[in-house]
Design a protein around this ligand. Structure first.
Ligand code: PGA
Length: 252
């Protein structure tokens, strides 16, 4: 399976700038050895779906509601994302867990809704700095995986240490390797598809550090925030997906 580079634009991007970034990514995507996904604000899904039509670059949402429709002012249902052109959806991002109080059981319900709507979920897990300092990081991730992922989960997991998001700090390659191996073991033990599922690393991934991170065993790609708003940086991360690491990511 190819490595996956997913760009999370968060709450950034008006129509003009968004179209410019997507157009540049489209132009540079040919021949990349990885899969590329852009997760723009929901307002840009329809225009970007048009701008990216016929290209290998796919679109994703940044969240969805657990219900398929109904009286939920301000929320977006998974079938709406799909209808607007998304094929993926980020769920359980730490910013949503922190700012919107999203629990693991809420994430679990959203994963089910996403899959029912034909979306591929990218479920984020990650520990805080205090949890890592206390040596609790594996327990925290194990809990998020156990409670957040439904039986038979076949989507993508993104490991994003909270203290590495938007800070310019990344986990060490050894810590990334250890945590990805831990997540792989948990997934494989619980879900038939878990042995092959892609596990992304996220948190201050940039053109400068992507090659080293993407070469770590069990790293199946990256979830990229800030650098995904710069088409050249995003494409450079895509170019850092070497063919041989893709084969490594596919083992199992
Ligand atoms: P960052 O964000 O790359 O800006 O650290 C990553 C994320 O939040 O997914």
């Amino acid at each position: 399976m190819r490595q996956l580079i997913a760009g999370n634009w968060k709450m950034n991007g008006l129509a003009g700038a968004g179209a410019a970034i997507a157009g540049a990514v489209r132009q540079g995507a040919a021949g990349l050895a990885c899969d590329l996904v852009i997760c723009p604000p929901a307002t840009l899904l329809i225009p970007l779906a048009q701008a990216l039509a016929g290209s290998p670059v796919e679109l994703g949402g940044q969240d969805c509601h657990a219900a398929q429709s109904g009286a939920h002012t301000g929320d977006i249902a998974a079938p709406m994302l799909r209808d607007a052109g998304a094929r993926w959806v980020i769920l359980g991002h730490s910013e949503r867990r922190a700012a919107h109080g999203e629990s693991d059981s809420a994430v679990h319900a959203k994963v089910l809704a996403a899959v029912a709507a034909g979306l591929a979920p990218i479920v984020c897990v990650g520990e805080s700095e205090a949890e890592r300092a206390a040596g609790r990081h594996e327990a925290v991730i194990a809990g998020q995986l156990a409670a957040g992922l439904p039986e038979g989960f076949a989507g993508v997991v993104a490991y994003e240490p909270i203290w590495a998001i938007g800070t310019g700090r990344t986990a060490s390659l050894a810590d990334i390797a250890a945590m990805h191996a831990f997540i792989r073991a948990r997934l494989a033990a619980r879900h038939a598809a878990g042995a092959a599922a892609r596990i992304l690393y996220g948190g201050s991934v940039k053109a400068e550090n992507a090659r080293d991170i993407l070469a770590v065993p069990e790293v199946g790609g990256a979830l990229v925030g800030g650098a995904s708003l710069d088409a050249a940086a995003f494409l450079a991360i895509g170019h850092a997906c070497a063919q041989d690491t893709c084969i490594q990511a596919n083992r199992g």
